[in-house]
Design a protein. Structure first.
Lengths: 180, 253
């Protein structure tokens, strides 16, 4: 998928001359400037959405994975990634979707978890790989006051990836990034 | 029936059941009994729609006849739909909606768990992804069965009536036909006999905790959805769902 698209979210001054093949390390850093459209304090790399970067001859192959099957932001994220690459001169690229292994919140970096907390969203508690989801309620810490006295209001929140919680100490409601 | 034909049927059944239930749930957006429930219902619908797209995209590629997932969703008539009868049933009251959801979620959960190890890599990948989402669906719907069943006299009565009413559509989920058997032998489809046992155990435990009475084992079960024979409910649903792309072919916005 190669398309011209003016991003409203990102500004980058990086520009590689046509025909060059910058290192994938440099491209990873470029993609770290692409924010998640729903939670703009974190980027698509630290959320674990971009899985792989590979040069196939002169074409850059970007492997991405959707967070949830029906996440409406997936297409928008693809466009943002494509736009960032185009603006940096890497018009010769292709986005590939990969479903397996399925996206997990375990891939969200420590730095991103702190950013979520500062933004008012409780990051996922524990590791998805180590716990069974059925019948177990995680202990969720309030991102506002740090209290562990919180309760679930709803299993589902403002987006597919979040649940709705309330702090019984500071009384503030907050989003919890579900562990999957 | 060739394996390819069976696989196409199988993918349509998976995709259609997810999509029709998503469409039913979407009818409740703006009409749910509480804001939190509205968000939950909308989120479950979104997950199911996403899974439907994955199944139907695979079906379209396999068929290789110039139809994409949208064409499969919007340009087929009732008789060409392969969804289970249970998902096309009307929302009714909130107990009806949750009874339908729970019986489906419990089946869906064990089905995807089985498909995670399918010999078909693409099916295994879609199932593994969907299972994470369906785990949350099942958690929520089983909680509602218990809360309403073991709640007030009125909620108990309504929940019991809802289970009794929808029960006749639950058997079809576990009935294997030629396509199922062919693919099961190839290690691609789930063993519905195993899913049935897991489903029965989950349902028995949940209904017992909810103080609800499980309908008789030998209850009459409706079948036919998987083969394209539907209840009258589906036509009305499709009429609404398909109106726009049929009235304005190729419309974009």
């Amino acid at each position: 998928m190669v398309q011209q698209h003016d991003s409203k979210l990102i500004a980058t001054d990086r520009l590689w001359p046509a025909g060059t093949r910058p290192s994938t390390d440099a491209i990873w850093r470029l993609l770290e400037e692409v924010p998640d459209p729903e939670v703009p304090v974190v980027n698509v790399v630290e959320l674990g959405i971009v899985r792989d970067l590979n040069w196939r001859d002169d074409t850059l192959e970007v492997t991405i994975t959707p967070t949830y099957s029906g996440c409406p932001a997936t297409h928008f994220i693809e466009e943002e990634i494509s736009a960032a690459l185009n603006r940096a001169g890497l018009t010769n690229h292709r986005l590939v979707q990969r479903l397996a292994p399925a996206w997990t919140t375990d891939w969200i970096t420590e730095a991103a978890r702190e950013k979520l907390r500062a933004f008012g969203i409780a990051p996922p508690e524990g590791a998805a790989s180590k716990r069974t989801l059925l019948g177990e309620d995680p202990e969720v810490t309030c991102p506002h006051c740090g209290s562990k006295h919180t309760e679930q209001v709803s299993e589902f929140g403002s987006t597919a990836c979040k649940a709705l919680y309330r702090c019984t100490e500071c009384l503030e409601p907050f989003d919890y990034f579900k562990c999957i | 029936m060739t394996e390819k034909q069976a696989l196409f049927e199988y993918l349509l059944r998976l995709g259609d059941s997810d999509m029709i239930l998503a469409q039913r749930l979407c009818e409740l957006v703006g009409h749910a009994p509480a804001l939190e429930e509205e968000m939950a219902i909308g989120n479950v619908a979104l997950d199911l729609l996403g899974q439907a797209r994955s199944w139907l995209e695979y079906a379209a590629e396999l068929e290789d006849a110039g139809r994409d997932a949208d064409a499969l969703a919007f340009l087929r008539n009732e008789r060409e739909y392969r969804n289970l009868l249970i998902v096309e049933q009307a929302n009714g009251n909130f107990a009806d909606t949750m009874a339908r959801q729970y019986l489906f979620d419990a089946w869906h959960y064990y089905l995807l768990q089985a498909l995670k190890t399918s010999a078909d890599d693409r099916i295994a990948a879609i199932a593994a992804k969907g299972l994470k989402e369906v785990t949350y669906h099942l958690r929520r719907s089983s909680a509602w069965i218990k809360r309403l069943g073991d709640g007030t006299d009125e909620s108990h009565e309504k929940m019991q009536a809802a289970i009794d009413e929808i029960w006749t559509y639950s058997g079809e989920m576990m009935v294997a036909d030629e396509a199922d058997q062919l693919l099961q032998a190839a290690g691609i489809a789930a063993d519905l006999e195993q899913v049935k046992q897991q489903w029965q155990a989950h349902v028995a435990a949940t209904l017992a905790e909810a103080t609800l009475t499980q309908p008789a084992d030998d209850s009459y079960m409706q079948t036919g959805g998987k083969q394209g024979y539907h209840t009258e409910q589906l036509g009305f649903l499709l009429a609404e769902m398909q109106y726009l792309p049929r009235a304005y072919p190729g419309a974009t916005w």
